[in-house]
Ligand binder design. Structure first.
Ligand code: ADP
Ligand code: ZN
Length: 522
């Protein structure tokens, strides 16, 4: 064993009390300690902190940790102090006197680790301080915040490239738990880490069971799921809007489940109070927007639910990753329906962003839809998105209850022609009425009962038609025109299907079943 490796192991055992390094930790520590740069992708709970804490102790000077999570700095510093590591933080919660004292410690070389928020780090005062001090390394935590495509984007992160320019000899490590290939490249480029080593750990979270169900009455399905599989367990339920967060929390409370709400529109003190109750008490369900969760370290979250579709697989992975950090069985459960597809597509269409941005958001959404509609193993799909090959897992809904797929070319042709026959000017409800031969007021008013397509789909029920339509939209054969009352429109991809030149394989709609109980280990 190299001398460096030996000293690192010694610190791990004597200070942190762990017998051995996990996964790639040892190699990452070596890289940093010997002055190299690194980009580290490790799932939540993988042990990222030690990757910069130990090299900071091995090298001269203070390790500077850039983190957006101000609320957690105190805890981190306290935990380090407990094991005898000299750590402090600089952030906006401190008064002038407090920060001056810490600045002096930095200058005098009395600290091993310093946590700083990015906006603070970038101030001339802080930059001058660092230039006048001995720096062991820079650690950039939650590095995906540098990505403009991600939902945690923080503009100050982009300016962190200044670290490389001002401190070319100080090694840097960027860490994140979530990044597809594109985000990875973006982090490396923006933080000028192209020359550094990349460490990509396995992203698999084998104890998480993935389930994606067809959405009917979402809230009711959620309640059923909690009552049958997770009575008394702590969980997080994600919703898209603040209003829905509050409604769902109320609904759960009315049905005997202790639920709290969390979203950015709530007063700061209510938010923090709810967050600390969730962390401290047992068995609370937190209903939240994606504002909740980054940096929340609660090991025994037994389930994460989604009542709305996440915008990307990265978001889904990050949010579901908050379940089961203790390694015990946990569930990632999502209810997903036609409305989700329509809504997400609309949000992209209506955003003010430029075309390039919209295109990338569209691709990310398509990958997410692919995960929802897959008839193969969810985990295989998820991991392959992060560039990892794997075999069917046996611990997701599609492995446990393989869905039935069928040749849906004929019903899809019927649907496409019905859309075409009503001049691509009507929404889902009306098109389905025409298909199923329902003579509604609107059908009569437009004389659509005289169309050749009227009633050609009466052999298929409404739910099944919805499932077909949802998949056809997910596949990109049909678009929803938000500028024209959500009218359904055929895309160029629809043509070969209509002509019979392309077959369409779909997933059979199944009635939402009561979820089966998952056995607990131990
Ligand atoms: P991350 O930041 O990647 O989510 P943490 O650094 O918070 O993960 O580590 C997660 C947990 O794993 C912590 O409780 C930590 O103490 C523990 N841990 C990290 N490395 C090791 C190790 N080599 N051996 C044992 N436990 C470890
Ligand atoms: Zn599987």
């Amino acid at each position: 064993m190299s001398d460096l490796r030996e000293r690192a192991l010694h610190l791990l055992q004597t200070i942190f009390g762990y017998p051995a390094f996990r996964g790639q930790q040892a190699e990452i520590v070596d890289t940093l300690a010997s002055g190299g740069d690194a980009l580290v992708l490790m799932p939540t709970g993988g042990g990222k902190s030690l990757c910069y804490q130990i090299p900071s102790l091995l090298r001269d000077g203070v390790g500077v940790v850039v983190s957006p999570l101000i609320a957690l700095m105190q805890d981190q510093v306290d935990a380090l102090a407990e094991v005898g590591v000299r750590a402090a933080f600089l952030n906006s919660t401190q008064n002038y006197e407090q920060s001056s004292r810490i600045e002096k410690q930095v200058r005098d070389g009395d600290l091993d680790l310093l946590y700083v928020a990015p906006e603070r780090l970038l101030t001339p005062r802080c930059m001058a301080l660092l230039e006048a001090s001995k720096i062991a390394l820079f650690a950039i935590d939650e590095a995906h915040c540098v990505s403009q495509w991600g939902h945690d984007f923080r503009p100050e992160y982009i300016r962190l490239s200044v670290l490389h320019e001002r401190f070319p000899d100080v090694p840097r490590i960027a860490l994140t738990a979530t990044a597809d290939q594109q985000t990875r490249e973006e982090i490396a480029r923006r933080l000028q880490l192209e020359g550094g080593r990349q460490f990509v750990s396995s992203f698999d979270r084998p104890n998480i069971r993935y389930q994606i169900v067809e959405k009917g009455n979402g809230r009711k399905q959620l309640l059923d799921f909690i009552e049958t599989e997770h009575p008394g367990d702590a969980g997080v339920v994600y919703c898209l809007s603040r209003k829905k967060v509050e409604e769902v929390a109320d609904f759960l409370n009315q049905n005997g489940i202790t639920a709290l709400a969390y979203h950015a529109g709530m007063p700061q003190d209510t938010r923090s109070a709810n967050q600390s109750r969730f962390l401290r008490e047992e068995g609370i369900v937190m209903v939240a927007t994606i504002a909740f969760g980054m940096g929340i370290d609660k090991p025994d979250v037994r389930f994460v639910g989604h009542l709305d579709l996440p915008k990307s697989i990265e978001g889904y992975y990050q949010e579901t990753g908050r379940a089961g950090r203790d390694g015990a069985p946990a569930n990632a459960w999502m209810a997903y329906g036609l409305q989700d597809v329509v809504q997400q597509r609309r949000m992209i269409d209506e955003s003010e962003a430029d075309e390039a941005y919209k295109r990338i958001q569209g691709q990310k959404l398509d990958a997410m839809l692919g995960l929802c509609e897959t008839i193969g193993c969810r985990r295989v799909r998820l991991l392959s998105y992060f560039g990892q090959d794997s075999g069917p897992c046996g611990n997701c809904d599609t492995c446990l209850h393989p869905p039935v797929s069928y040749d849906a070319t004929v019903p899809v042709q019927k649907l496409l022609s019905a859309i075409y026959r009503v001049d691509q000017r009507f929404g889902a409800g009306h098109v389905m009425d025409v298909l199923r031969g329902i003579d509604s007021e609107k059908v009569k008013q437009w004389k659509h009962d005289q169309l050749s397509t009227f009633g050609i789909g009466s052999d298929i029920g409404e739910q099944e038609w919805r499932a077909i339509l949802r998949q056809v939209i997910a596949l990109g054969l049909v678009d929803v025109d938000h500028d024209a009352y959500n009218a359904l429109k055929l895309t160029d991809e629809a043509r070969p299907v209509l002509k019979g030149a392309r077959q369409v394989q779909l997933r059979r709609y199944e009635k939402p079943a009561r979820p089966s109980r998952q056995k607990r280990a131990g």
